[in-house]
Write a protein that binds this ligand. Structure first.
Ligand SMILES: [Zn+2]
Length: 341
């Protein structure tokens, strides 16, 4: 490019010099003048020619290249800035989501760790058997226990089980509809003796259908008679109820039903618990739990093999109050079940 400018400048100077000499040499134009003179009018065309010369084109191209490079650099910088902003925004969103997730997890953990002290439970739905342990912290055995009741009584070890000694008498009683069943509390003095331990009858209550099964088969209802030993051990004796003839003890209980739930009535009559016992005293026995919250374990279960009967009217009356108040069968977890030979 410099060479081009220098050449251009030289040609201009040469032309100017020839022109100034011309007046003195008009008479005898030098042969060389003839060659330089025609060059004069071609000064401007020469400049124009120079502008479109390859060197100028190259320069223009270079400038265009520089311009393009600058614009590309600017565009790249702009794109990079946008990219960085996007990445930053995404990182912020990720951080916020993580913080939110941690906060939620903390709330869940706090809720799980907080002592629960609910008391409302049912046999179906949100407060049903599958959720009993989540209602109250002291009911955790309902989920975590491995000696729970009821169970399906099958594959029992047939042995000569000792006879249960019953010592039941007509007794005064009171009864209540406690919102889960009809429960009858009997006066003291009714005992069973099994395995050298004497248990006193505390209360009995009803379930529909029967909670326990025998080889997969249940009955329409069951009576649970809850006994306690002097050192606080529990023994529950179950008598299955089938449709048949009316039972006098059940009729006494139904005759005295309280009008209101949770209202305890104490009739001025006596009730004979012997009337609910089957003639045959064969039984199944295993270690289990209470079948309602708090699902306390270490309960001796005695299930009479022979069912008793209640009339269809007696069954129908209870089903109007409690169509379903039975806990589902629990895993036996390889527990030993013994049964009378
Ligand atoms: Zn029960």
């Amino acid at each position: 490019m410099r060479n081009l400018i220098a050449l251009l400048a030289l040609s201009l100077v040469t032309t100017a010099a020839s022109a100034s000499e011309a007046p003195s040499k008009t008479s005898k134009p030098a042969p060389e003048e003839a060659t330089t003179a025609p060059a004069r009018p071609s000064i401007k065309p020469n400049l124009k020619a120079a502008a479109s010369s390859p060197a100028a084109a190259q320069r223009a191209e270079e400038e265009a290249e520089i311009d393009l490079s600058v614009r590309i650099a600017e565009k790249l910088a702009e794109l990079r800035a946008k990219q960085a902003a996007r990445a930053e925004a995404a990182a912020r969103a990720r951080k916020a989501a993580e913080a939110r997730r941690r906060k939620e997890a903390a709330v869940v953990a706090a809720v799980a760790a907080a002592p629960k002290n609910g008391t409302h439970w049912t046999y179906e739905g949100e407060f049903g058997p599958a959720n009993w342990a989540n209602i109250n912290s002291s009911w955790n055995k309902c989920s975590t226990g491995n000696r729970q009741s009821p169970i399906d009584l099958r594959d029992g070890m047939k042995v000569d089980l000792e006879q249960i000694a019953f010592d039941y008498h007509p007794s005064s009683f009171n009864e209540v509809d406690n919102g889960h069943t009809i429960q009858v509390t009997v006066a003291g003095g009714n005992f069973i003796t099994v395995g050298n331990t004497t248990y006193e009858l505390q209360q009995f209550h009803f379930h529909r259908p029967s909670e326990e099964r025998i080889n997969g088969k249940g009955t329409e209802m069951v009576v649970h008679m809850v006994h306690k030993s002097y050192d606080g051990k529990l023994a529950v004796l179950a008598v299955l109820l089938e449709r048949g003839k009316a039972n006098p003890m059940i009729q006494t209980v139904w005759n005295n039903l309280p009008l209101e739930k949770h209202q305890t009535v104490a009739p001025a009559i006596v009730l004979d618990v012997n009337e609910i016992l089957p003639e045959r005293r064969d039984y199944f026995t295993y270690m289990g739990s209470l079948t309602e919250p708090p699902c306390t374990e270490d309960v001796l279960w005695i299930v009479m093999k022979q069912p008793m009967q209640a009339s269809p009217q007696q069954m129908a009356l209870f089903s109007r109050l409690y169509p379903l108040n039975a806990r589902p069968v629990q895993a036996s977890n390889g527990r030993m079940i013994k049964e009378s030979n």
